[in-house]
Design a protein. Structure first.
Length: 602
């Protein structure tokens, strides 16, 4: 894992180059390099994972063609891809394989790569820059167009160190304050800092910019027979997770009570019995999973290291996180992961496997069941609808027999945004007069009649997965750790997308395939536990323990003094919330606190 940056159209001075490298030091603490030739500069900071020698330093330049590359990520099939290269010298790192493949196959190589990547390739002979980002956007890559110049970087702050203006995107500010929308594949919290979309190649030459996709998600959903799928899935998961363990540096895994980390651990233990495991918890025992996790995994003889975030740490730690993330955070869980990564760094682990993507790919969110149910109703499958309602009630205690009669209620359950604490996101009354006139840039979503497919695609490409991957990247990179997400292996996803919906949701169950995969494992039954929907004490901390501290920060802060929030409305809502006997909606407080810290830092 590394940091990359550069510019096409300007020869940067060394002060800007070194300043940019320093801003990405945590992403790549082991080595810094750069390449310059006339109007191109490529910048790199390295975190050594494969081939710890100097041979893995970047940029790498092909002496014959003058083609240069900087790369951030991990290619899990790079050893296999060496067979496609004429060069008989065996490469010990994936960057050299990518460059050799590019010289032979050109743009075709990106569809050959299996893994996560953000890549910049400079063709000296053609005076052309190629930028590419992996299929799901696991690795970040941003660009900034300034007249005839194109700048790119792994993080927005690296762009600013190249001399670009740091202007706040108030459309994103309003979206976050009103509806809780965070960074996505369309825009960031800074004007003109744009993410390169997943699965995309950007070709830049002279004043022309063209983009093309090298991978498109296909959904056939036509395999209903599950006779062989369980065995096939088990084989594929084993192969994928084994490939994600390749490293010349120590590897670990983040654990929770959820099924995703249990699946990862199940297959990791087949190949590495000495894996280090990590989890986080809270002093509030109602939300602390760390002791539960340690107790349930103790028979497996694995070492579990935990970190505990306390309410007294929240403001300071949140300020550090917002400053590093360069955007607000989604919830207390993200901050807890940020805190945990520091503990992981202390253990000398440099690679972490995590379960991001499993809920999206294997249909693990509650509202997927609501969408499935509504689709059954729309298709007049009344008997099946009633059966599923009954099974869902038996498993969860939630009775949907009345809700299903009203499409509006069901649509709100499916598409209505919810905060990490389980409450509704919208906070329209909080906007101040200087935010009211800001126009929100809207994204055009194309909907089909299949609500389950609609909401799942929205999660993967627009609303959920982009922010989760960004948070995972920032949390780990702050501590110089490479985070890998095996559930987003594209071959695994293509296999899953062949399956009929009933393989995922049926008999009142969601995430059915993964749950069935635990059958027969040593960690089955004994450990299985549905993950809590509200898994952090965010509401209690904001309501009681930090009430006076937050008032002190907000009421004479930047947001109030610049009329970005309505002070009177916020004060009344916070006062009512504090005096209420119920925990209620805390996310409006979280959003305002995050924005205050964001403006204080940027």
């Amino acid at each position: 894992m590394c940091g990359i940056a550069g510019v096409f159209g300007e020869k940067l001075n060394k002060d800007k180059i070194f300043s940019c490298q320093e801003s990405m030091r945590s992403r790549g603490p082991n080595y810094s390099g750069y390449y310059q030739n006339n109007n191109i500069t490529l910048i790199h900071t390295r975190l050594s994972i494969l081939d710890l020698s100097e041979f893995g330093n970047q940029p790498i330049i092909d002496k014959t063609s003058g083609t240069a590359i900087v790369f951030n990520g991990e290619i899990y099939n790079f050893q296999e891809l060496q067979n496609k290269i004429d060069n008989k010298i065996k490469a010990t790192n994936d960057t050299r394989v990518i460059l050799s493949l590019y010289l032979k196959y050109g743009l075709e190589i990106f569809s050959m790569l299996r893994g996560m990547f953000a890549i910049a390739i400079w063709e000296s002979k053609n005076n052309r820059l190629i930028l590419a980002r992996d299929r799901f956007g696991i690795k970040p890559l941003y660009y900034f167009k300034d007249n005839d110049k194109i700048y790119f970087a792994s993080e927005p702050k690296a762009l600013f160190k190249l001399g670009l203006p740091k202007n706040i995107n108030f459309s994103s500010i309003k979206k976050y304050l009103v509806d809780g929308i965070l960074e996505n594949n369309h825009e960031t919290f800074f004007d003109n800092v744009i993410p390169i979309k997943p699965s995309t190649i950007m070709l830049i030459e002279k004043n022309n910019i063209n983009t093309k996709r090298f991978w498109n998600e296909k959904r056939n959903n036509n395999i209903a027979n599950t006779k062989n799928i369980k065995e096939d899935l088990s084989e594929k998961l084993n192969e994928v997770i084994k490939s994600h363990l390749i490293s010349d540096a120590p590897v670990g895994i983040t654990l929770s009570s959820g099924i995703d980390s249990q699946i990862l651990l199940k297959y990791i233990l087949k190949h590495n019995q000495n894996i280090k495991t990590f989890t986080y918890g809270y002093t509030d025992k109602n939300y602390d999973e760390s002791n539960y996790v340690k107790d349930k995994y103790k028979d497996l003889n694995i070492k579990i290291i935990s970190s505990v975030l306390e309410s007294n740490d929240l403001i300071k730690e949140l300020n550090n996180a917002v400053k590093y993330f360069q955007c607000p955070l989604g919830g207390l869980g993200t901050l807890s992961l940020f805190h945990l990564m520091k503990k992981i760094k202390e253990s000398d682990v440099k690679v972490i496997l995590s379960g991001e993507g499993a809920d999206e790919i294997f249909y693990g969110y509650k509202y997927y069941f609501y969408a499935y149910l509504l689709d059954l109703k729309i298709n007049n499958l009344d008997k099946k609808t009633k059966y599923e309602i009954m099974k869902w009630k038996n498993l969860t205690g939630e009775n949907l027999s009345e809700d299903i009669k009203d499409d509006k209620i069901m649509l709100e359950k499916i598409y209505g945004s919810q905060a990490p604490d389980g409450t509704h996101l919208s906070s329209k009354s909080l906007t101040g007069k200087n935010l009211n006139d800001i126009k929100i840039k809207s994204n055009n979503y194309i909907f089909k009649n299949n609500h389950l497919e609609n909401v799942n695609k929205l999660d993967i490409w627009e609303k959920k997965l982009p922010k989760l991957l960004m948070f995972q990247d920032r949390c780990s990179m702050n501590s110089g750790i490479e985070s890998r997400v095996p559930f987003l292996d594209h071959e695994l996803v293509e296999m899953i997308n062949e399956l009929d919906t009933n393989n995922h949701i049926n008999n009142g169950n969601i995430k059915k395939l993964l749950k069935e995969n635990l059958e027969g494992a040593n960690i089955d039954n004994k450990l299985f536990k549905e993950k809590k929907y509200v898994a952090a004490p965010q509401r209690e901390w904001l309501k009681i323990e930090l009430y006076h501290k937050i008032k002190e920060i907000i009421f004479d802060g930047y947001l109030v003094n610049n009329n970005i929030i309505n002070k009177d409305n916020f004060y009344q809502q916070y006062k009512n919330y504090n005096e209420s006997k119920s925990l209620g909606n805390s996310f409006f407080i979280w959003k305002v606190l995050n924005l205050e810290l964001f403006f204080n830092n940027f």
